[in-house]
Design a protein around this ligand. Structure first.
Ligand code: 3H9
Length: 701
């Protein structure tokens, strides 16, 4: 059996090596191993100092997240750390890679910390809905004071070795090649110069100034009102750090443990950890393992509008050579200017130097009005007007000039990728790459796989997503793919609720209260009321006569209320104000539309609004799964989390449905179906899962 923790002898120094790939997480076997090896070294008279380090690519990256929510198995991490702290011989942590969460807490329980240049430390528990529960909230303030500890723990940000040294989190940055070398050198000094056992628990200087005062904590709680809306664990973190300042160490540790437990039991922990694993799983597409990838050095972007320019910027910043194609010189100049403007904004925000921007614009970016310029590129993304005939024309031109093996991608958000592919002589090279606006910012990329798309083209799509710093999600072909198709369904329910009695502002408030950053009407104003209008006109010809149609948004469009860009939409925007004010004119339009249909308005509570919204989302998502448009529930969760503002701490709609209970969701759908049987046809998959007593999680692979 391979040992996950081994003890090596280096003269009078013992090295305890954690070897639990991939990230040396602190599962039960590691905790047990650490406890036993430490005990062995502590009781060995020949050992005068102990170094703790990680094998392979990193120090310990934290507790084993997979264990949360399961019955705890001894020894607990705090117990193991307590042993290190109490060890009568110097214990030194030698850090490389990332020392995170419980991993950094192990280091804090050691008497000294040395890090390789390039190592990072951090307490990212907040991102998982918990708090550092093995002394991190108690020891960190003792090293760097409460204010800086709060900054570090509330942000969850990683701290580079040099910065950690200047803050006082670690004792040395080493130029050694390996953590073993660094640890042994430090231990030698500790032995030769008889370093005292520096136990962080005994350090008081940094917290004395805050004792008996509440300013730091009041400030932190004040900020959380804005930055941590709806979140649970940040508030508990402030409580825990305050306990570090106010209570003796052992009482503080006890308090930390209680608060940690509250966080572990909160549904937010389950949601955030689901999000963590889902975003890692989403790129591992069943059936794609081992598929070859095509090289990507140069790319073409057809269309220099907002979308095309954003895609070009995203590609340029990833190091690709990009050629933009536009129909005439004037449009090309506009497209290039948009690229320049976006890059300039990155320079202003300090994300890019002026020199790099100039180099990108002159050396990596070019434009042409002639498709022949694309003859040698590896991939082309078309981002022209959303019209099948226009796009078919573009694909025909691309087909004529592209080299063999080049990938033809469309950025369409709903058109039939198979129909586009069929118009070319190389349908296996055609794929959908659905970027979200603004394309250089939004992390989601739907990778739309047609009937004939070759696996290596799909694998290359995922490689491109990664290179662009985006999260790629595999989607099948249908109107709207995964995200926009689901959106179209739950969006309609919003219009129905407004016509039935809710005000648009009540709806937005309720959806924000659920945790979305914006309400649907605010989103509509941001995107443009005309966008929704165009979508509805596109669907006029195919709309089922049984479908309820609400005209309120059409009245807004006809009144020229296009949203933020025209100063009025669902909200009224005074000059330079993007927040928008409620507008009685809109409420009047709604009243008139209700009157036309003799609708007696009824009231909706925020919970009723949320339940309908979510039920519609989940039901359509189940249909998307059932049809194979999304392969797994987690693909839907990641899509909604990254492209549609679904609150991360709720894990995504499928995770949320599992947590609420699929039987309750189905019961809601069936009760709404009594009012509108057409809109609320339950997904067969949902009915089946409820009958079998299973959940969406059981379908994740
Ligand atoms: C904690 O410590 C609580 C304590 O305070 C209190 C306890 C009492 N557990 O991200 P990658 C897997 S909470 C289990 O692709 P990278 C990951 O799923 C923890 N598994 O690599 C993936 O698996 P697979 C605090 C984990 O190089 C593989 O490792 N710590 C864990 O891009 C590679 O991961 C954190 O929150 C884990 N803790 O990034 C750190 N971590 O290959 C979370 C990773 O099957 N981790 N895996 O898909 C990270 O931030 C990144 O993984 C890391 C490496 C930066 C370490």
């Amino acid at each position: 059996m391979s040992e996950v923790v081994r003890l090596e002898r280096h003269g009078d120094i013992a090295a305890i090596v954690v070897d639990n790939p991939p990230v040396n997480a602190l599962g039960q076997a590691v905790r047990q191993g650490l406890k036993e090896r430490l005990n062995e070294a502590a009781n060995d008279d020949a050992v005068r100092a102990i170094v703790i380090l990680g094998a392979e690519r990193t120090f310990i990256a934290g507790a084993d997240i997979r264990e949360f929510g399961k019955p705890p198995q001894p020894p607990s991490l705090p117990e193991v750390i307590e042993d290190m702290d109490a060890c009568p011989k110097p214990v030194i942590a030698a850090l490389h890679g990332t020392a995170l969460g419980g991993g950094f807490e192990v280091a804090l329980g050691c008497h000294y910390r040395v890090a390789l240049d390039g190592a990072k430390v951090g307490l990212p528990e907040v991102k998982l809905g918990i708090l550092p529960g093995a002394g991190g909230t108690q020891r960190t303030p003792r090293l760097i004071g409460a204010a800086k500890a709060l900054d570090m723990i509330l942000s969850g940000d990683f701290v580079a070795a040099e910065k950690a040294l200047s803050l006082g989190l670690i004792d040395e940055v080493s130029k050694a090649e390996t953590p073993l070398e660094a640890g042994l050198a430090f231990a030698r000094k500790a032995i030769d110069e008889a370093y005292p056992l520096r136990r962080v628990r005994d350090l008081e200087d940094e917290i004395l100034a805050d004792r008996g005062k509440s300013d730091v904590f009041d400030d932190a709680r004040g900020k959380l009102k804005k930055t941590a809306r709806g979140l649970f664990s940040p508030h508990k973190i402030v409580d825990a750090v305050q306990a570090a300042v106010e209570l003796p160490f052992d009482d503080g540790i006890k308090r930390e443990r209680e608060l940690f437990q509250e966080c572990v039991e909160s549904p937010q922990r389950a949601g955030l950890i689901h999000a963590f694993f889902s975003e890692r799983q989403v790129g591992k597409v069943p059936g794609l393992k081992g598929a070859a990838r095509r090289p990507l050095i140069s790319a073409g972007v057809v269309g220099g509008g907002t979308m095309g320019a954003g895609i070009a910027v995203s590609m340029l910043l990833s190091g690709l050579q990009v050629i933009m194609i536009e129909r005439d010189e004037e449009s090309l100049a506009r497209g290039k200017a948009t690229v320049d403007k976006i890059l300039e904004a990155s320079v202003k925000r300090g994300k890019l130097t002026a020199g790099s921007k100039a180099a990108v614009m002159t050396e990596s970016f070019s434009g042409s009005t002639d498709y022949a310029a694309l003859s040698d590129v590896d991939i082309v993304v078309e981002a022209v007007f959303e019209d099948m005939e226009v796009k078919k024309g573009v694909f025909a031109q691309l087909d004529a000039v592209l080299k063999a093996g080049a990938i033809l991608a469309t950025n369409t958000s709903y058109l039939d990728v198979d129909a586009l592919a069929a118009g070319t002589s190389r349908p296996s090279d055609v794929i959908g790459l659905h970027f979200f606006s603004p394309a250089h910012v939004m992390k989601l990329l739907e990778i739309v796989v047609g009937d004939q798309t070759a696996p290596e083209v799909v694998a290359t799509g995922f490689a491109l997503a990664k290179r662009l710093g985006k999260v790629g999600v595999r989607a099948g072909v249908c109107d709207g793919f995964i995200g926009n198709r689901i959106l179209a369904t739950y969006r309609k329910q919003i219009d129905y609720m407004v016509e039935d009695g809710a005000s648009p502002y009540e709806v937005d408030d309720a959806i924000r209260a659920f945790g979305f950053p914006m309400g649907p009407f605010q989103v509509s104003d941001l995107a443009g009321v005309d966008i929704g209008w165009m979508t509805r006109r596109r669907l006029d010809a195919t709309r089922d006569p049984r479908e309820r149609y609400v005209e309120v948004a059409d009245r807004l469009y006809e009144a020229g209320r296009m949203g933020q860009k025209s100063g009025a939409g669902w909200y009224l925007y005074s000059e330079g104000n993007r927040r928008g004010a409620k507008d009685p004119v809109v409420e009047n339009i709604v009243v008139q539309e209700r009157a036309k249909k003799d609708i007696e308005p009824k009231s909706f509570t925020p919970e009723q609004i949320q339940r309908r919204y979510l039920a519609a989302m989940i039901n359509e998502a189940a249909k998307v799964l059932e049809e194979g448009i999304a392969l797994r529930p987690l693909d839907i969760d990641v899509t909604l989390l990254y492209g549609y503002g679904f609150p991360r701490w709720r894990g995504g709609p499928m995770k949320y449905a599992d947590m609420v209970g699929l039987d309750q969701i189905l019961a809601d759908i069936r009760s709404y179906a009594e009012e509108d049987a057409f809109a609320w046809q339950p997904a067969k998959l949902l009915v089946d899962l409820v009958e079998r007593g299973e959940n969406f999680e059981s379908l994740n692979k």
